[in-house]
Write a protein that binds this ligand. Structure first.
Ligand code: AMP
Length: 553
């Protein structure tokens, strides 16, 4: 007799490959449409996608790739990138998505730290690969996501980088392949975040966390996804797995529409209209471009019903314009790389919907309610949990099965009593709605991407005429935040704003260069000599950066 202690259900592991297999088997004819780097529109089905992902898995096995090995991608949102997601993770290797917007040295650091065996890249990143590859001697091969002809066209003829063509690589295999039955705790995806101090850190997801997160993301009170949706993720697949959409869409069999590299308002609008997109997701900066396009051309959405806005706080004006002028529901979402990323989403409960419209809007502007799979609390300076009164603010902590318990290849645990400190400062109200009020981590988020204030301060103080410098986030209507340098000069210095800004050139990516410099007589410090960034941020709260005024929604 079997013990009644355990349930008697099948032990089927939760695997990323099962998401694609499900879509291929049960929604085999549903489409995946991509605007390609080549410029045309590519369309095929989930069935075609799984076959090619299996061809890739066979090709990786033939190259000798082993389970647990990291295989990187540097690519836009497109069907070949989706094949990499599933071909790599499905065969047991780890799909490591890299953000191509980082400075080449950071990319090289990440590739080296992850010990990536191969790197797949879109042809647009050919020039970047030519810079990075010589710094990554352990990479065995660089695989261009195109055919052999495009490698010859796009890359300089004298490159010494070992290149392969993706189409040639997978073309040698037939797709007759069974996904291996992995242990669901094995690693599936790896994403580095630069939203912490010091070097970028890796969040290593498991198959189990990937699938659980996909279930969570698809819930109606989360991002919500259905087989009747056509979903266009604007959020890049190199940023926290495009918030899980490439996993949640096959889970429900939704049509997927990939925008490739063209993320301007006109390109997005046209693709949404021609492909009947019902739902989309992205950072506020992208939606600014789309809304400006709509206004200039007096355009209307014929199919778009809702959009998830997150990555940075959604401006209340943007929420109102989407809903009142275009009839598009906005779902304000909060999360982070360390959380796969979904944490909270603002969707109203039955009870909240009975309240006056103003009260409903006020709730919707917050970052929202935790979804099942995430627990959260705010903690005061004394380490004690604060009440859920919508007023008491403190450090936001989270825990759950898709939250990291340590960073990749680091022994120290970031957890405090089993909770992950997010570095965000927040309140939680009586409805359980969380609102971000500030950030304790020393980074700036511009257009959804991180800028290290510490790196910029180090560069500023490396100028021989600078005595001390602080870099703070300054509000910007288009980019949400931009860096501002507050510098104290050495006695008798003659340095100008322009000279100090010129000092950053070539040392960081162009979009990291601060928007402005102000010179001060002194900076605020604590009794122990620590720079008081909070006070500085308060002092420059109303500061208008050059060019900011012309960019409001
Ligand atoms: P990342 O790991 O790059 O996705 O960044 C996560 C961080 O972005 C969070 O810890 C927040 O600081 C910020 N963030 C994400 N979503 C929001 C939001 N809706 N409102 C305010 N900040 C956000």
């Amino acid at each position: 007799m079997t013990s009644p202690l355990y349930g008697q259900m099948m032990e089927v592991p939760l695997l990323a490959s099962s998401l694609l297999s499900h879509a291929s088997r049960h929604f085999g004819d549903n489409e995946i449409v991509s605007r390609r780097i080549e410029g045309d529109i590519h369309r095929y089905t989930y069935r075609d996608c799984e076959k090619r992902a299996k061809q890739l898995a066979q090709a990786l096995s033939a190259l000798g790739v082993e389970q647990g090995e990291r295989i990187a991608t540097l690519a836009w949102n497109g069907y070949r990138h989706l094949e990499c997601y599933y071909g790599i993770s499905g065969m047991g290797a780890v799909c490591h998505t890299i953000n191509p917007r980082l400075f080449p040295d950071q990319i090289a650091f990440i590739i080296d730290h992850a010990d990536d065996a191969y790197v797949f890249f879109d042809m647009t990143f050919g020039p970047l690969v030519e810079i990075v590859a010589p710094q990554c001697p352990n990479v065995k091969g660089w695989i261009a996501l195109g055919d052999a002809a495009c490698i010859e066209e796009q890359l300089s003829s004298n490159t010494s980088v070992p290149m392969m063509s993706y189409e040639t690589l997978i073309g040698a295999h037939d797709g007759d392949y069974e996904w291996p039955m992995l242990d669901e705790r094995q690693a599936s995806f790896l994403c580095y975040t630069s939203g912490t101090t010091g070097n970028p850190k890796g969040a290593l997801y498991s198959h189990r966390s990937t699938v659980l997160h996909a279930y969570g993301a698809a819930l109606p009170d989360a991002m919500g996804a259905s087989s009747s949706d056509a979903i266009l993720p604007v959020v890049p697949m190199f940023h926290v797995n495009a918030w899980g959409i490439p996993h949640a869409a096959p889970l429900v069999g939704a049509k997927l529409v990939f925008p490739g590299k063209d993320l301007d308002g006109k390109s997005l609008y046209e693709l949404m209209e021609t492909e009947g997109v019902t739902y989309s997701a992205g950072v506020p900066t992208v939606w600014m471009g789309l809304l400006n396009h709509m206004k200039q051309h007096d355009a209307r959405f014929s199919t778009l019903k809702r959009t998830v806005i997150g990555g940075s706080a959604c401006p209340p004006a943007m929420l109102r314009i989407f809903e009142e002028d275009y009839g598009v529901q906005v779902i304000h979402a909060w999360g982070m790389t360390e959380m796969s990323p979904l944490g909270t989403l603002s969707r109203l409960s039955f009870r909240q919907k009975q309240r006056p419209l103003d009260a409903q809007r006020h709730s919707l502007e917050k970052q929202g309610h935790a979804i099942f799979g995430v627990d959260m609390k705010v903690v005061g300076d004394d380490g004690r949990e604060l009440p859920w009164d919508g007023k008491s603010f403190g450090d936001l902590y989270v825990r759950g099965p898709w939250v990291i318990d340590r960073y990749f290849r680091r022994d120290d645990s970031p957890l405090v009593d089993g909770w992950f400190p997010t570095g965000d400062v927040a309140t939680i109200d009586q409805d359980g709605f969380m609102q971000i009020t500030d950030r304790s981590k020393d980074v700036i988020k511009s257009g959804g991407e991180w800028i290290s204030s510490i790196d910029l301060e180090n560069i500023a103080v490396s100028h021989p005429q600078v005595a001390e410098a602080a870099c703070i986030a300054c509000a910007h209507p288009k980019w949400t935040e931009r860096p501002l340098i507050v510098a104290v000069l050495k006695p008798d210095a003659t340095l100008t704003r322009e000279e100090l800004l010129a000092h950053f050139e070539g040392k960081v990516a162009k979009w990291w260069i601060p928007d402005d410099v102000v010179f001060a007589d002194e900076l605020p410090h604590t009794a122990t000599g620590k720079l008081q960034k909070v006070r500085l941020r308060e002092q420059y709260r109303e500061y208008v950066l050059p060019g900011a005024a012309e960019n409001s929604v």
